[in-house]
Write a protein that binds this ligand. Structure first.
Ligand SMILES: C[S@@+](CC[C@H](N)C(=O)[O-])C[C@H]1O[C@@H](n2cnc3c(N)ncnc32)[C@H](O)[C@@H]1O
Length: 378
């Protein structure tokens, strides 16, 4: 876990951009909320910018390390660390400034959208300020034969170990991949797909049609998608190809087959990201047209989703509980009544004798649920 946070802290482009934004936005005496604080770096920047109080919220155990870092930097008296899922929180006093940076590579992400919606409406004053303030999504056609070959590893004639893996091609070609693109891989001028004004609302979903002219005659292999966040007036952070590199890289949407572009020919891109009411992930669809050729992709084809799976996820489904859900419900029932983990394990043994023969077998399961959902005094 710590390596992930070390890598994030080592991404100086992002950390310095947030530092500059926090210095510009936080005023002496402010109450600040750092949502998803990780190592607490931004909470410390907020203290140094004069915040009177910082709520640093994090659902992972890294918060324990964050607290020690704050102590080591003389900020622990002003930072209140809260280990919780921020979407279930309210503060004693709403914040003047809200900082959050749980961005996906394309920015679009249902859980991040839910987090931002809750944070903006429940944790921030109506007159409060956000870091970032707004985010734009951008796209451009890409020509990159090597990247395409790596993604199209399972083309029809590919065999490995004497196994025909061609059935894995369809999901590979319909996935949003993370790529490390440079400006020279872009075949046309970038176009803005969507702008999210976080002060007004966090709607990530969009459906956009944009066009550009090919700067050279060559194959189009897919579309690059990236974000540009306005963190504060005059402070921007972007994972655009050609911008100083960050850990994010860019999103790459591959085409089912490369299509040919003529020099200065029109390339049309239709790109949509949709988010269902209870969605775990966004559904992407993309189509590129150049002259008479066109090719597409959709994450609907990335997973072998059956009609039954789709029906199970509809908002009026009554799915009941799986065996796994029943066990979790039993453990939560005992913990909610004030029972111990051992008592929850005993109940598991009684109610699910096929799954657990001894209390010792059931302790791991009960402990995991307790760690995930139990109240942990700070
Ligand atoms: C990109 S990291 C932020 C790192 C942090 N700014 C730092 O400097 O170390 C995003 C963090 O948000 C946390 N997070 C995401 N959703 C959350 C939620 N709903 N409630 C609390 N924390 C959340 C993740 O656990 C993760 O640590």
């Amino acid at each position: 876990m710590i390596t992930r946070y070390r890598d994030m802290a080592g991404d100086e482009v992002r950390v310095n951009a947030f530092r500059r934004a926090i210095e510009a936005v936080v005023r002496p005496g402010d109450v600040v909320a750092d949502i998803g604080c990780g190592l607490g770096t931004y909470a410390i920047f907020a203290c140094r910018a004069g915040a009177a109080k910082v709520y640093a919220v994090e659902r992972e155990d890294i918060i324990l390390t964050a607290r020690r870092i704050a102590e080591g930097n003389g900020c622990s008296d002003r930072i209140e660390f809260i280990r919780a899922d921020a979407t279930s929180l309210t503060f004693a006093e709403p914040a003047d400034v809200l900082i959050t940076e749980d961005f996906a590579v394309t920015f679009v992400d249902p859980s991040s959208e839910r987090l931002l919606r809750h944070a903006r409406t429940r944790l921030l004053k109506t007159s409060g300020r956000l870091v970032p303030q707004s985010v734009s999504l951008w796209a451009a056609p890409v020509s990159h034969p090597d990247l395409y070959r790596r993604i199209d590893l399972w083309a029809d004639d590919q065999q490995a170990y004497g196994i025909d893996f061609s059935a894995a091609r369809e999901p590979a070609m319909n996935t949003v991949h993370k790529a490390g693109l440079r400006a020279e891989h872009l075949l046309g001028k970038p176009k803005e797909l969507h702008r999210i004004d976080l002060q007004r609302g966090p709607e990530h979903a969009f459906d956009a049609a944009v066009r550009c002219r090919a700067r050279a005659a060559c194959d189009v292999h897919g579309v690059a998608v990236w974000f540009e966040a306005q963190l504060a007036p005059g402070v921007r952070l972007s994972n655009a190809p050609g911008a100083p590199p960050t850990l994010w890289g860019q999103g790459f949407l591959p085409l089912a087959r490369p299509i040919r572009a003529r020099e200065n020919g029109l390339i049309e891109m239709h790109i949509a990201a949709r988010i269902g009411p209870a969605a775990e992930r966004a559904w992407w669809q993309w189509e590129v047209t150049s002259g008479r050729e066109s090719a597409d992709g959709t994450t609907f084809r990335a997973f072998p989703t059956s009609q039954a799976d789709l029906a199970a996820g509809s908002v009026d489904a009554r799915p009941g509980l799986s065996p796994d859900g029943q066990m979790t419900a039993s453990i939560l029932r005992i913990l909610a009544q004030g029972g111990t983990i051992n008592e929850a394990a005993e109940v598991l043994c009684r109610e699910f004798p096929d799954a657990f023969t001894t209390v010792r077998d059931a302790l791991g399961r009960a402990g995991a649920v307790a760690r995930r959902y139990g109240h942990r005094p700070e």
